[in-house]
Ligand binder design. Structure first.
Ligand SMILES: Nc1nc2c(c(=O)[nH]1)N[C@H]1C(S)=C(S)[C@@H](COP(=O)(O)O)O[C@H]1N2
Ligand SMILES: [Mo]
Length: 560
């Protein structure tokens, strides 16, 4: 084994030990963030927007595993290089470790709910132990002697080193090191590596991140009615709301809104299969008892709401189809939920914001997440009568952690990146100059959802048997509704009107089916939808960036 690889291994082992210990500390104490996760989060946020967009387009949902793999390889390379630097200059290596500590601390301190002092101590401690392990391994490997030591015998051990030692041992000995040979080195390195990996595994296991994210959300329960106060002697500010608060629910969807066709997506997407997109490497875990929503900025009356405050306001259920601007034509980044929450307009009213009061200074409504992520849209959209929600429920349960627990925004008609802030902590009214997260990353400022339709019941490249083939799926133009869906079996030369299920609401997708009498041959199937205003979706193909993909979903099939 070359000196270079021994030094590299020493560095890598030190790094694994340091990361493992830091991860263990995170597992034991939630207020110490995972260093790896915070670094990953910083990489996501600091990569130029266009590159991130390319990456997402190229890799889809594999983007996170690819990022993790790149980071691990990167970290190991840095560690191996540092191990080699350490052989030549201990001072340079220590400087390197201090720089790494600085980067790790800076990244960790950007996490929400971080406890600063223990975090800094953890990172410093873990790196010190890792560096010490590397140093020990370098000595074990006999690499700790930059000054040449004469072979035994040449001057009779005048340097005080026992003359029976071989050169490598003598070198090590001269530096206060000890050499245990190749096997010994590998054993010590292996032991330290295992210790690091065990700490890492234990930390991951103990940290609630994974467990919490996977846990099933609890059914929504509203607090018992606030105690009715007796009229006599009531002096508390405002006196409270005396009437029973209304928690409006929706009836089961009309059976006519669902078509019984194999392969048709559920009318209301189960939470477990609801599409998932965010820039958070791991979902923030919010303690609902500490959580507050502040409404601030250009408002007459800045206010704060606790979770309970929201639950004690009039609430409602709304069916709203949410969709991601980065969805490709025919893609799956669209789902339909039955959301429970408070009308955003009611929340704004408490802050003194009404439709007639919108000014230049309050033109934009910015939703800010506990982790700093932002979305922004025209304030007037929250006040034009649409059921924009400050939502805390999905399909009758609390929001899943991944989908924004405890509270998020859901606004019908505009893409998620401009509106659907998860883990919501702040609503700020501001002017139009502020650019939210994805706007800073070159996506368009306004994000109306484009009319789209998708063939779900027949797959691209599928072999079908002649006879009746139901070509069906969903079409959506949230807040405008769907008035017509047409299906072509000849690549768009001729169009057949599809049968529509009833529309759940103008804010949701609508199912369609066209019963095709398929004869043997090769066919190109296409679908196109018209919205409630009679506008047919454009056939012009556009990629998701910067304002949403367009074009007709196209599926090639062979009928035999
Ligand atoms: N805090 C936060 N909220 C966010 C995002 C995010 O990255 N962070 N992504 C947005 C985007 S781009 C979309 S499309 C929707 C997706 O919501 P879902 O994951 O619940 O489907 O959430 C939005 N809300
Ligand atoms: Mo999105």
């Amino acid at each position: 084994m070359s000196a270079r690889s021994r030094a590299g291994i020493a560095g890598v082992v030190g790094a694994v030990l340091a990361f493992g210990l830091a991860e263990l500390a995170h597992g034991l104490f939630g207020a110490i963030p995972s260093v790896f996760v915070s670094l990953a989060q910083q990489v996501i946020e600091r990569t130029p927007g266009e590159l991130v967009t390319r990456g997402i387009e190229l890799l889809g949902t594999a983007d996170i595993p690819v990022l993790v793999a790149c980071m691990i390889v990167g970290a190991l390379v840095v560690a191996a290089v540092l191990g080699n630097i350490a052989v030549r200059s201990q001072a340079a290596a220590i400087a390197g470790v201090i720089i790494l500590a600085g980067i790790a601390v800076a990244a960790a301190l950007t996490e929400p709910f971080v406890d600063a002092a223990p975090t800094v101590l953890t990172i410093a401690g873990a790196l010190a132990i890792g560096a010490a392990a590397t140093e020990m391994l370098l000595r074990t490997a006999g690499l700790r002697s930059p000054k040449p030591v004469k072979p035994a015998g040449e001057d009779g051990g005048a340097d005080g080193i026992p003359p029976t030692m071989d050169v490598r041992s003598r070198e090590a000995y001269a530096e206060g090191g000890f050499s245990v040979g190749r096997q010994g080195f590998l054993m010590v390195a292996g032991g330290a590596l295992v210790a690091g990996l065990v700490a890492l595994g234990l930390g991951r296991f103990l940290s609630a991140d994974g467990a919490a994210a996977a846990s099933t959300p609890k059914p929504l329960k509203f607090p018992a009615e606030p105690k009715k106060s007796n009229n006599a002697g009531e002096s508390e500010g405002g006196g409270g709301n005396q009437q029973a608060v209304e928690h409006q629910t929706l009836p089961k969807p009309d059976p006519a809104a669902s078509l019984d066709v194999p392969g048709m997506p559920d009318l209301i997407t189960p939470a477990s299969s609801f599409y998932l997109i965010d820039a958070a490497f791991t979902s923030p875990r919010v303690d609902v008892n500490d959580w507050k929503l502040s409404v601030k900025g250009a408002v007459d009356n800045p206010v704060q709401f606790s979770y309970r405050d929201l639950m004690e306001m009039p609430t409602r259920e709304s069916d709203i189809t949410l969709s991601c601007v980065s969805n490709t034509v025919g893609g799956g980044l669209v789902s339909n939920g039955r959301w429970t929450g408070v009308l955003l307009s009611d929340v704004l009213a408490e802050a003194g914001v009404t439709r007639d009061k919108i000014s230049r200074a309050s033109r934009q409504l910015v939703g800010r997440s506990v982790d700093g992520w932002t979305s922004g849209f025209e304030t007037k959209l929250a006040l034009d009568g649409r059921e924009a929600l400050v939502a805390f429920g999905l399909n009758g349960s609390e929001l899943p952690i991944k989908h924004g627990y405890p509270v998020r925004l859901v606004v019908p008609g505009i893409y998620g990146y401009v509106s659907a802030t998860k883990w919501l902590s702040e609503i700020e009214l501001t002017n139009w100059n502020f650019d939210a997260y994805w706007i800073q990353r070159t996506w368009s400022k306004e994000g109306p959802i484009k009319t789209q339709s998708r063939i779900d019941t027949v797959g691209d490249g599928e072999n079908l048997s002649a006879g009746t083939v139901p070509i069906g799926g969903v079409a959506w133009a949230p807040h405008r509704g769907i008035s017509k869906v047409e299906v072509s079996t000849d690549g768009g030369s001729s169009w057949n009107e599809a049968r529509l299920a009833s529309q759940l609401s103008d804010d949701t997708w609508r199912q369609y089916v066209y019963d095709w009498d398929a004869k043997p041959g090769d066919y190109t199937l296409q679908v196109r939808a018209s919205d409630g205003e009679g506008q047919t979706q454009t056939r012009n193909e556009a990629p998701p960036h910067p304002s949403g993909a367009t074009g007709y979903h196209t599926v090639d099939v062979r009928v035999a």
